[in-house]
Design a protein around this ligand. Structure first.
Ligand code: ADP
Length: 611
């Protein structure tokens, strides 16, 4: 078949990919090709004669009319991007080319519209813009290079990370940021990319503009062209300085945890073990592999399970548990005593996500304490035995000394009484001194016996009327009071004490006799009581020579005497008896004094009502 030239043209128009629409000078459609049918979804017979403007969104019509007017004046409007309406009302992105149609005489008869659907192109453009924005805003450095290693793109994060601007790097070899000793590595990466492989999370080092080195993790992927040929590579680089230092820190902590002698365990809030150090392996017999992922209850004896709930409750509230002593079960079933501290593990937002436990094995400590206690008990018993022996020895010695002493005293007295007038002065003096020395020895033995009896006898506690005890003491001191001319004032109201009458009389006798002895010329002694909470203090006060504070403690020990024996006869045992006696009654003694200002001795005992 032979085509006429105009048919030939029609065929071309119909085979076009672009919609070709002709309009007359009134704007009515005169030509509607196959592509127009496809693009707008309307048949030719439906559209011919219709106003072309129906395809234009109303808002754009005025502007379109101006363009058509320009085309009618002979101008060609090319690739003008605008919008059309498809049959279903959808907007279509199109590129429009308008040209005038003239007849043979050159008279304008209409305008042709060549309409190209650019929806897909627009979509790709939008996608590219979106990608570019992502690349621009990425925190990772994103860089692309061709297969010769020349940089093609360089995002703001790359600028920040490496210190070079995009202007400085695009067109330059990527080697600028690769330390010389790593160039081989780069060659290797490029080789792999050329054959289409991807290199992921490759940790290496890059060099900044200022020469400093930067640890980075790289992901390198090939860039393909439309035909699938590799034309370059994209690199994503992440700064891992912080990650590295975190890794170092966690290795360091790990080493500390592992070298600890205490078991260090972490668990989540459900009690599932998350970590288990070497000491935990040794202490509980489970390896880390066995323990991690299992419930912590595997080392808790059944009867202690409630304890674990309490601890977890405390931890959930953000609290901690310090040094509780408890018991755990080893893998072999044996129990071990431990001291446990538990603290919460919080995440970055401050939320409690688990607990860390530190457990110390107390077995060794317990065993040591038991041996120590045992030793102390044995030693104390030994000492007590030795002491009793010594005391009973002293008692019998003192006792046995008394009999010959009595003999000596009797004979010396008889010598003076019966033969006094016949003796010469020297002999009489010797006999007098024998009598004096013998009675000093007698006092000493008497005091020693009293002291030793206090340590040996069981002191029965009873209700003691202090007033009566004082009366007994004064009765014993009759001679002393008379010869010294002392005045003893006793407060009338005295609270009853829980004590032992004999001991109390002895204590009071010693204190009052000292007050008379060290109380100066014609001494005044005052005895009074002070009622305290549940106890009472009895004071024996004088206005005599007093005691310097530095000596006040030692005078309560046996044989400690501060003043010359020639002026103040005594044995140095009186206050030791006071101290021992009050101690046996469960009370305390003390003194307040200054030299030359008198002394106030006191003892404190439970009151009888309160006891
Ligand atoms: P002594 O038999 O010497 O009195 P004590 O044990 O009773 O022995 O007293 C020890 C020493 O404490 C005395 O020698 C004396 O130096 C001092 N002392 C005791 N009571 C008084 C007091 N009321 N005033 C001053 N000094 C005292």
């Amino acid at each position: 078949m032979v085509l006429k030239p105009e048919d030939y043209l029609y065929r071309i128009v119909d085979s076009s990919e672009d919609a070709i629409i002709g309009e007359d000078i009134d704007g009515n459609i005169t030509l509607w090709n196959d592509a127009a049918e496809r693009m707008f979804g309307r048949a030719r017979r439906e559209m011919l004669g219709q106003p072309g403007e129906t395809l234009v969104p109303p808002a754009l019509r005025a502007r379109e009319r101006q363009l058509i007017a320009r085309a009618a004046r002979g101008e060609r409007i090319e690739h003008y991007e605008t919008t059309r309406i498809a049959t279903d009302g959808r907007p279509l992105d199109v590129s429009l080319t308008l040209s005038p149609i003239r007849d043979r005489d050159g008279t304008l008869v209409g305008v042709s519209h060549i309409v190209r659907d650019i929806t897909e192109r627009k979509r790709i453009e939008a996608q590219a813009l979106h990608l570019a924005a992502v690349v621009q805003s990425s925190d990772d450095a994103i860089v692309s290079k061709d297969l010769d290693g020349v940089v093609r793109s360089w995002n703001p994060a790359a600028e920040r990370l490496f210190g070079y601007t995009a202007g400085e790097m695009i067109g330059q070899p990527i080697r600028r940021i690769i330390p010389v000793d790593r160039w081989d590595e780069e060659d290797d990466v490029l080789r792999r990319v050329r054959v289409g492989q991807r290199v992921q999370h490759f940790e290496t080092v890059r060099q900044r503009k200022d020469g400093s080195r930067l640890p980075v993790a790289l992901t390198v992927s090939p860039i393909h062209d439309a035909r699938g040929t590799v034309i370059g590579a994209s690199k994503v680089a992440r700064d891992i300085t912080r990650q590295r230092s975190l890794e170092r820190e966690s290795r360091r902590l790990g080493a500390i945890v592992d070298s600890s002698d205490d078991a260090i365990i972490s668990k989540d809030l459900n009690g599932v073990v998350q970590s288990w150090n070497r000491a935990a392996e040794r202490m509980f017999g489970f390896t880390a592999e066995e323990a991690v992922g299992r419930s912590i209850t595997m080392i808790i004896p059944e009867e202690r399970l409630g304890e674990e709930d309490e601890v977890l409750g405390e931890i959930r509230r953000g609290g901690r548990v310090d040094h509780i002593e408890t018991v755990r079960r080893r893998k072999d079933g044996t129990l071990i005593p431990i001291s446990l501290s538990v603290s919460p593990i919080v995440d970055r937002s401050g939320q409690v996500v688990g607990a860390s436990k530190i457990a110390r094995d107390l077995s060794a400590l317990r065993a040591y304490a038991t041996t120590l206690e045992q030793t102390v008990r044995e030693r104390t018993a030994e000492l007590e035995r030795a002491n009793t022996q010594l005391e009973s020895f002293a008692y019998s010695v003192s006792h046995d000394l008394r009999a010959p002493l009595r003999g000596m005293q009797g004979l010396a007295h008889a010598l003076l009484e019966d033969y006094g007038p016949t003796l010469d002065a020297t002999a009489r003096d010797y006999a007098t001194r024998i009598v004096a020395e013998a009675s000093q020895l007698d006092r000493l033995i008497r005091d020693l016996l009293a002291y030793s009896r206090l340590t040996r006898i069981d002191v029965a506690l009873e209700r003691v009327d202090v007033g009566e005890a004082i009366y007994d003491a004064l009765h014993q001191l009759d001679d002393d009071i008379r010869t010294s001319g002392a005045t003893v004032e006793v407060e009338p109201e005295m609270p009853p004490l829980r004590a032992n009458r004999a001991v109390l009389v002895q204590v009071l006798t010693n204190l009052i006799s000292n007050a008379i002895k060290f109380g100066g010329e014609r001494p005044t002694v005052r005895v009074r009581a002070e009622v305290l909470n549940g106890t009472a203090r009895v004071w024996v006060e004088d206005q005599g020579i007093g005691i310097a504070p530095k000596h006040q403690e030692r005078i309560f020990r046996a044989f400690e005497r501060l003043h010359g024996a020639d002026r103040y006869p005594g044995t140095g045992i009186g206050l030791a008896i006071v101290h021992k006696g009050i101690e046996r009654l469960g009370g305390r003694v003390g003194v307040e004094s200054q030299e030359g200002k008198g002394s106030r001795f006191w003892f404190e005992l439970p009151r009888a009502e309160a006891a």
